[in-house]
Design a binder for this molecule. Structure first.
Ligand SMILES: N[C@@H](CCC(=O)N[C@@H](CS)C(=O)NCC(=O)O)C(=O)O
Length: 231
């Protein structure tokens, strides 16, 4: 089958993991373009109006931006919108907002919330992304004090919980919403499950993922979603 589109992405970006998971769940053939994080403002097909990843360019060369709208678009075009369809649209919309608000914000504290984890994360990011020779080193050593000092520490302090406790609380809140079913979507994952799964999976390349692995119902759900992917 011909490629359904091109995903312009960063390997470590949680929003890109959301779209990747959906493409793998639906088994949609596509091309991945890993952008250089230092050059995305110039090289993304959506630039200069939109300089963030992910960007999805469909088979007709139409450009789609912003991860949740991209997911809805792919589901509509390739899956008759079945993953977004819901009996209770109010519940669906409320929880998509919840996932995008809370899970996206929880990634920074666990990855950069202490000096040790910030260093581990930035070294890993510099290996996983396609930086240039100099910017790779600059990022690994200058990137971590910036992330740690400014954003992450402030967030951890304001929340008052350890990043691990924050993740466990969020996973408990989310899985409690399943009403005894295996997924938020019921007997199979829907777009909310896949969006949430993308955020959790974006932590998986890092050693800090072990803190999330301790959450029983969260991991049961995570593995169940993972088993639906065609990778
Ligand atoms: N709301 C956007 C957020 C995307 C986003 O913030 N991506 C980051 C990488 S994780 C980015 O490209 N930042 C570069 C910039 O803000 O210029 C989405 O869900 O797609």
């Amino acid at each position: 089958m011909a490629s359904a589109g091109q995903l312009h992405m960063l390997y470590t970006c949680p929003f890109c993991w959301k779209v990747r998971g959906l493409l793998e769940h639906l088994d949609i053939p596509h091309e991945r373009v890993q952008v250089n994080p230092m050059r995305q403002r110039k090289t993304l097909p959506s630039a200069p109006e939109w300089t963030k990843v992910p960007v999805w360019v469909d088979a007709e060369e139409k450009i789609h931006i912003d991860s949740t709208p991209i997911m809805k678009q792919i589901d509509a075009e390739h899956n008759e919108g079945k993953l977004w369809a819901a009996d209770d649209e109010e519940r669906r919309d409320k929880w998509m907002d919840w996932v995008d608000l809370h899970l996206s914000k929880a990634t920074i504290p666990i990855l950069y919330g202490s000096l040790g984890s910030a260093l581990k994360t930035t070294t890993r990011v510099s290996k996983l992304e396609k930086f240039g020779f100099i910017s790779k080193r600059l990022y690994a050593w200058a990137g971590f004090p910036i992330m740690w000092g400014i954003i992450a520490r402030k967030r951890v302090k304001k929340d008052g919980r350890t990043p691990k406790k924050l993740w466990h609380d969020l996973l408990t809140e989310f899985t409690n919403e399943f009403n005894g079913k295996q997924f938020f979507g019921g007997d199979s994952p829907n777009l909310i499950d896949l969006a949430a799964f993308g955020y959790v999976r974006s932590i998986s390349p890092y050693p800090q993922f072990s803190q999330i692995k301790d959450h029983e119902s969260g991991m049961k759900w995570y593995k169940a979603v993972e088993s639906t992917l065609k990778v």
